[in-house]
Design a binder for this molecule. Structure first.
Ligand code: F6R
Length: 257
């Protein structure tokens, strides 16, 4: 894991934008794995800026989102499909048919999940996966105790996630209890990962995920097994890392490429 600590989330978004810029310029047909929630918002703003000001085209890019609530239509303002349209897709030149978000209204959720896995394989796998992290250690909606080899499937949200996500809904009761999420195994199969975390509220879980043991109780800790992960943190999110000075030294002295 490469741990990168920058002063602000805007700095983190700039770096993430540059990495995605380089990937898409080098391979315009690349496959991006996308996340929702508040964490990737500054990154998506940066991608829109790069599209408008620096000619970054998404016209041949394919995308797969990590997850979707079960029971919300794509037009529901809290659905992840709606989020992606609003926060990114409507503002860049990506082809709608090349964007994939699990269908939370599928008649047969199991069939939907298997088809989602197959579409990722058919696209040649995910070149770069963007991740946030839940305060309970989830990535995607892989809640604590998720199998570390799990694939796309239905999950039940924990009470902590329901509380965390209630801010997007009118009330906690409106947060769906179930979702479709790529599995931890699906995420481990991606070719590279950028995990972002911002704010003091994420500092405990970040230290567990990066410096703690690999455990299904902290699904993000499985990323320790992934060969190509950059963890991009602002100072407050990094504040509880034991080896913080070492990570800063490694980054400051990184070989130029
Ligand atoms: C969303 C997702 C989740 C979020 C996590 C953090 O697609 O996969 O794992 O990344 O819940 O959410 P925020 O960024 O709102 O703190």
């Amino acid at each position: 894991m490469e741990i990168i600590i920058l002063p602000s989330k805007e700095d983190c978004a700039k770096l993430g934008g540059q990495l995605i810029f380089n990937l898409v310029k080098g391979n315009p047909e690349c496959v991006l794995g996308l996340a929702t929630g508040s964490t990737p918002v500054p990154l998506y703003e940066e991608l829109i800026r790069l599209h408008k000001e620096d000619n970054l085209s998404f016209s041949n890019v394919t995308s797969f989102n990590l997850d979707e609530y079960i029971g919300l239509s794509k037009n529901h303002p809290c659905s992840y499909r709606y989020f992606m349209q609003e926060q990114l897709f409507n503002s860049v030149d990506i082809n709608f048919n090349s964007t994939h978000v699990p269908n939370g209204l599928a008649d047969d959720i199991q069939v939907e999940c298997e088809a989602y896995e197959q579409s990722i394989l058919d696209a040649g796998g995910i070149d770069l996966q963007i991740l946030g992290i839940g305060s309970d250690g989830h990535i995607g909606f892989n809640e604590p105790c998720s199998s570390l080899s799990s694939r796309t499937r239905m999950k039940t949200l924990t009470g902590e996630t329901i509380k965390d996500n209630a801010r997007f809904f009118e009330s906690e009761n409106d947060v769906p209890r179930h979702c479709i999420t790529m599995g931890v195994g699906t995420i481990l199969d991606t070719k590279s990962v950028l995990l972002f975390a911002f704010g003091e509220g994420k500092s405990d879980v970040i230290s567990k995920a990066i410096e703690g043991p690999i455990s299904s109780m902290v699904p993000a800790s499985a990323l320790q097994l992934h060969p190509k992960v950059k963890v991009i943190l602002d100072e407050p999110a990094a504040s509880k890392l034991v080896n913080i000075d070492y990570y800063k030294e490694v980054y400051a002295n990184r070989p130029s490429s």
